[in-house]
Write a protein that binds this ligand. Structure first.
Ligand code: BES
Ligand code: MN
Ligand code: MN
Length: 466
């Protein structure tokens, strides 16, 4: 079984098939694209059928459908559940894209001299999810599957996976597995593989402040009325203290403190502060006292305003004292923090500090629990071996700052751990204009996944010899 050769011989077709998927603007957040989102699900199901998967089904939900297929070759062999998402983030600001986000093209970059695929979803997550289809093809045409696989690809990850949560709870036995395998995270750099063993949780809130019943003349009324934008700014700036700690009472109560030995272990993971600053053109980092940038990004929680609006922001000057002000605020959570508890601590606190003269409405958007995985498992060891064979290096175990809400739910409902085999790079600009994905990351990912199936089966069925 020469996977590498098969992948090389077929890479042009793999890429052109991925392009077909990338051309579909499956933006889950925007209902104008509901048809496109469905079209992406239909294209995937045709791939599942061509691969010879059984039980192929477009599973309807209250929102976008879930695509399912499986290959059970022997009930006594281990089963891998592959999860990914075919939905993508909105594209705005569209004017900052060099080309149409849904007309994929290949361009060489400094980091990807062999070329990268530019398109919304190239890395997050169509490109990474598609590696799993091509790995399955590679294994099935070169050899035979060493284990059982189940594929479950959803269309609502970027909007919180609420309907997938229902689906998982209702289909526990259908989805039963020995390990979940996901490629929807990143690696350290092109030559330094890593397995993500931690994801932050998320609580996403929106606040609306109302002052006077209409926009007012800011001269006639200015200085006499609580201005909702002034007030929302005050509220927001009070949410961090001078040490950049979050001031919501009880916010840190459940945070697991990381031991000194674990902290020093994680210092071995390559991280260059200069490169970090350079890559996003900032002259200084910012964050909670007493923690390094990579710690602030992984093992510590964070609170950020994602958007703030109200009043007049058009051309020129309009002298107005606005009636309303709004802000969207997200909190990234770490192990043991519970997103529902944090959301209600947030609401209680904001209600408590709401200044006189304005009223407040708080809306809870989606959320998700943080996730943490041990490294002394069969799954982790199998993945390490697969990476070592492809990259000639053992992968680091890293904790990532991003969130994939459903991963913690897999643990709770299906009792399974997840291996997060991500091949994206920080520079791939996911969620941003000109998102891209390196062709070599794509091809090496396919090979690593193919090899994982063998090691996982081997280590699961013969634990004593390893
Ligand atoms: N694939 C990302 C999550 C991710 C990216 C994790 C990079 C680690 C490294 C996922 O699609 C995503 O964007 N998640 C959202 C949460 C979701 C509920 C909108 C996030 O983290 O903001
Ligand atoms: Mn993703
Ligand atoms: Mn995403």
């Amino acid at each position: 079984m020469d996977f590498k050769r098969y992948i090389e011989n077929n890479q042009e077709r793999f890429i052109s098939e991925l392009f077909e998927l990338l051309r579909i603007p499956s933006i889950s957040a925007n209902s104008n694209h509901d048809k496109d989102t469905r079209a992406a699900a239909e294209l995937l199901i045709s791939h599942f059928q061509n691969l010879g998967l059984d039980e192929c089904e477009i599973c309807e939900t209250k929102g976008h459908p879930i695509v399912y297929g499986e290959k059970i070759i022997n009930k006594n062999l281990p089963t891998v559940l592959v999860y990914g998402h075919y939905d993508v983030q909105p594209v705005d600001p569209i004017e900052l894209w060099d080309q149409d986000p849904f007309k994929p093209y290949i361009k060489k970059t400094l980091i990807h001299p062999e070329g990268a695929i530019f398109s919304r979803g190239a890395c997050d997550d169509k490109g990474q999810m598609f590696m799993h289809l091509k790995a399955l093809e590679t294994v099935m045409t070169q050899d035979q599957m060493p284990c059982n696989v189940k594929f479950m690809i959803e269309g609502e990850e970027e909007v919180g996976s609420d309907n997938l949560e229902i689906f998982v709870k209702e289909n526990k036995s259908k989805l039963s597995n020995d390990i979940v395998l996901v490629s929807d995270t990143g690696m350290i750099d092109k030559n330094t593989p890593s397995i993500t063993t931690g994801l932050r949780g998320l609580s996403y809130m929106e606040i609306e402040l109302t002052g006077p019943n209409r926009d007012l003349h800011s001269g006639h009324y200015g200085g006499t009325v609580a201005n909702p934008i002034n007030m929302i700014s005050k509220i927001i700036s009070s949410l961090h203290n001078s040490k950049n700690q979050i001031t919501i009472p009880g916010f840190y109560d459940d945070v697991v403190e990381i031991s000194e030995s674990e902290r020093s272990e994680s210092r071995k993971i390559p991280f260059d502060l200069k490169d970090f600053k350079k890559s996003i053109k900032i002259n200084s980092v910012h964050g909670e006292d007493g923690f390094s940038t990579s710690e602030r990004q992984s093992i510590r929680p964070a609170l950020d305003v994602n958007g703030i609006w109200g009043g007049y922001s058009g051309e020129g000057a309009k002298t107005v004292l606005p009636s309303k002000a709004y802000a969207k605020i997200s909190m990234r959570l770490v192990p043991n923090q519970n997103w529902k508890k944090i959301s209600s601590l947030f609401s209680d606190h904001i209600n408590n500090i709401c200044p006189k003269g304005v009223t407040i409405k708080i809306k809870e958007h989606h959320g998700g629990q943080p996730y943490i995985a041990p490294t002394n498992t069969v799954g982790f060891r199998a993945a390490s071996k697969a990476y070592e064979e492809v990259f000639n290096k053992l992968p680091f175990a890293t904790k990532d700052g991003g969130s994939i809400p459903i991963i913690a739910l897999f643990e709770k409902e299906l009792n399974s751990k997840t291996i997060l085999m991500g091949f994206g790079l920080d520079s791939d600009a996911i969620h941003s204009p000109n998102e891209h994905y390196g062709i070599s990351n794509f091809l090496m990912g396919i090979e690593t996944i193919s090899r994982f199936y063998y090691h996982f089966t081997d280590l699961s069925t013969n634990p004593q010899i390893h």
